[in-house]
Design a protein around this ligand. Structure first.
Ligand code: MRU
Length: 366
């Protein structure tokens, strides 16, 4: 997508320097800073520190990490070490393990001398596939938005609510939850997006930055506003992303997603999840019992980052000194609360039958 008129992906290969470049998302939306990722430690740090974040982007980054490992030392032992080190960076988004497993399965059978080139080609392929998957999610989601628009007076916006940032910077391009929004906006359908702030890290500010850059009308609201907006008939549909969806359709996503789904159910608002197939964990069924939830530093809850009126960046504490903070970063929305899953192959029910119907090849292989 475009930043100040220039098209960017959220990561790209700098062939001149033979290095991966990323956007440091810790400085967004205040400053747009790109940087190279040069060492294996740099790769792990970039994911742990959330310079790169969002399930699909973490997966693509890990694939480039594997490519660096193979360029440095293409032995089996180094491949296993890279797998372990990268897999340990964040526990919840399954795209990380998916990408690492895919790399290992493709590279292990190859002669040592071929692994470095093959690993880089595979990382490029994973990044390109992510873009195409998200484009297709956008086309399928566009149909849902078109249907809502068709029942409104001409010119009246379709009002969508989203949580966290499942936007283009959380993927390689397009985003998942935002892809239908970008497609609808580009198709001339009037939209208005309610953007949840998404405490504690305020990923909603990233979504607001993206939507604003693309000219999509939106309003930034507190995390607690969604139920009220739905009760007053101000939300036509909720679309979120996901970090891991089980084979039975339970959706793990950024903390607070579950509460939005409950409010949507109570108010008869359709609740859709944009789900690229690499985010499906075919090995688990019960999301609440089986998905590991990342517990992040409590400082993210007790402190908040922002810009002062003079434009300088600062961090302030919002609690009394010494107040303990708790920071589970994700929650699980049971499939019964999910109206449908928007995948690259179409829209299905959030159920084992729905997912296996669209992905019989993957369901059988699991
Ligand atoms: O902790 P984050 O910012 O990596 O969490 C991101 C989310 O929860 C997204 O909704 C999810 O990864 C989908 S991104 C297309």
């Amino acid at each position: 997508m475009k930043v100040n008129g220039t098209h960017y992906r959220s990561l790209w290969w700098n062939a001149d320097d033979a290095v991966l470049e990323i956007i440091d998302q810790r400085s967004l939306p205040y400053a747009f800073i790109t940087q190279p990722v040069r060492t294996m430690q740099d790769f792990a740090d970039a994911i742990v520190e959330m310079r790169v974040r969002g399930a699909p982007l973490i997966g693509a980054t890990a694939a480039y990490g594997m490519a660096l490992a193979m360029a440095q030392d293409p032995s089996d032992a180094n491949m296993d070490r890279a797998w372990d080190d990268l897999n340990a960076t964040r526990p919840t988004a399954i795209n990380l393990r998916w990408a690492l497993n895919r790399c290992r399965a493709a590279l292990q059978p190859l002669p040592i001398a071929q692994r470095a080139d093959a690993a880089l080609a595979l990382a490029h392929a994973i990044a390109d596939e992510d873009v195409e998957i998200n484009r297709q999610i956008g086309e399928h989601g566009l149909q849902l938005i078109r249907d809502i628009a068709a029942h409104k007076p001409p010119g009246e916006p379709v009002r969508l609510l989203t949580h966290c940032n499942a936007g283009w910077i959380a993927t390689v391009d397009w985003g998942t939850a935002t892809s239908p929004m970008y497609h609808a906006h580009d198709a001339g359908i009037p939209l208005h997006i309610w953007v949840d702030e998404t405490r504690p890290r305020n990923q909603g500010a990233l979504t607001a930055w993206e939507l604003g850059s693309h000219g999509v009308p939106h309003t930034y609201v507190t995390d607690n506003a969604g139920g009220h907006l739905m009760q007053h008939g101000l939300v036509d549909m909720v679309i979120t992303g996901t970090d891991r969806t089980t084979r039975s359709g339970d959706v793990c996503n950024k903390i607070g997603t579950y509460l939005k789904a409950l409010a949507a159910k109570d108010n008869g608002v359709p609740f859709y999840v944009a789900l690229p197939s690499p985010t499906i964990d075919w090995t688990v069924s019960d999301g609440v019992a089986e998905i590991p939830i990342e517990e992040r530093d409590a400082r993210e809850t007790t402190h908040i980052q922002g810009t002062r009126d003079d434009g300088s960046l600062g961090v302030v504490q919002v609690t009394p000194a010494g107040t303990p903070g708790g920071n589970p970063a994700f929650d699980v929305t049971p499939s019964r609360l999910v109206t449908g899953l928007i995948t690259e192959r179409g829209i299905c029910e959030a159920s084992a039958e729905g997912l296996a119907g669209l992905f019989p090849d993957m369901a059988v292989a699991a």
